[in-house]
Design a protein around this ligand. Structure first.
Ligand SMILES: N[C@@H](CCC(=O)N[C@@H](CS)C(=O)NCC(=O)O)C(=O)O
Length: 208
């Protein structure tokens, strides 16, 4: 049975459409218009108590009973563990996937997200302060990623759910004003990921 995918056309939403496509899982898109406040609808809050997209409902959850999952990192881990795809079986190989997934969730998302926010601030002093702070940190994170991708083809060696998580935000590099030419290993990885047919479908599917 198809997984219900509650989402909107944002970096955190795209992580999951890419993963669902890459894993070949059937799903139905349920748009949640976050600019109209639909994330506060009681029915959505039941599956996503932090009023954020994305969330999923898997009718074929563990033991054959339905399960809902919120937080994109938890969804990626759930889908990886459920299918055994893009999630290695071996604990040693799982460690870098967890590391880079947590790195994305804790920094490479929250920081460029602040850049997106401060770009819209009208008060010039506030805008300058916020952009200086968060653009600097965003560029530092791109530097960390670039170094890693100079050592490994994908962040955890083979393509994993961690790449899908990071890609969702790298997809918005123009919006947070990062030129990938400054980070050649990220640029190479970005092109390789985007050339994957299932990943491309994950970015093309209508989410809004
Ligand atoms: N840590 C969460 C963040 C999700 C998140 O920030 N979602 C945004 C869209 S990208 C949202 O739903 N915003 C609605 C709101 O702030 O009310 C995750 O990774 O799932």
């Amino acid at each position: 049975m198809a997984i219900e995918f509650w989402t909107w056309n944002t970096p955190n939403g795209r992580k999951i459409s890419v993963a669902l496509e890459e894993m070949g899982l059937p799903y139905t898109v349920h748009p949640v218009n976050i600019s109209k406040g639909e994330q506060f609808n009681p029915a959505f809050l039941k599956i996503s108590p932090n009023n954020r997209i994305p969330a999923i409902v898997d009718p074929d959850g563990p033991g054959g009973a339905p399960i809902s999952v919120f937080e994109s990192g938890a969804i990626l881990l759930y889908l990886g563990m459920k299918t055994g795809k893009f999630w290695p079986a071996d604990l040693r190989a799982q460690v870098p996937v967890m590391e880079w997934l947590m790195w994305q969730m804790g920094g490479f998302g929250p920081m460029p997200g602040q850049v997106h926010h401060f770009l819209q601030v009208e008060n010039e002093a506030d805008r300058r302060y916020g952009l200086e702070r968060y653009m600097k940190e965003t560029r530092r994170l791109y530097g960390v990623l670039d170094k890693r991708l100079g050592e490994a083809a994908f962040v955890a060696g083979d393509v994993s759910v961690a790449d899908f998580a990071i890609l969702g935000w790298a997809w918005r590099h123009e919006r947070h004003q990062v030129d990938l030419a400054d980070f050649p290993n990220v640029k190479r990885w970005y092109a390789a990921m985007m050339a994957r047919p299932a990943t491309a479908r994950g970015f093309e599917v209508a989410l809004s």
